[in-house]
Ligand binder design. Sequence first.
Ligand SMILES: [Cu+2]
Length: 145
Amino acid sequence: MITTRRRGLFVLPFIVLLVVAGCAAETTPPPTPPPSPTPTPTPGLPVTIDLSADNGAFDTDTITVPAGAAVTIAFNNMERDPHNFALYESPEAASAIFIGDIIRGPATIDYDFVAPGTPGTYFFRCDAHPFTMTGSFIVEPGGET
Ligand SMILES: [Cu+2]
């Protein structure tokens, strides 16, 4: 018991010395880690969806894409009224996933975004006509790479 304690006391300053020396010797900074592998999932399949608006309505009320797809909405606003495409978690539209710029037609615009990775039924609408221009945005499983 006594021997052990003595050895411990004797060794302790030695360890402190080593640690201090170790820090002092460390003149070069540690190598910077390589560019962090971002947790963002790699976009899946590129998918292009044609969507048009005319007479205050979309030409479809259902859009279906694979989960995680790199989506392009090729939007064609065929009239002077302002329209856009906006994607939300649910019909309450409390939480936006993507909001496209509102454009006046006749004009076209590409909206690019990554589809949700979680399969399910989401909600899209035109923000200028949030109650009349709406639809289901269905994310199917199996789109992830
Ligand atoms: Cu609209």
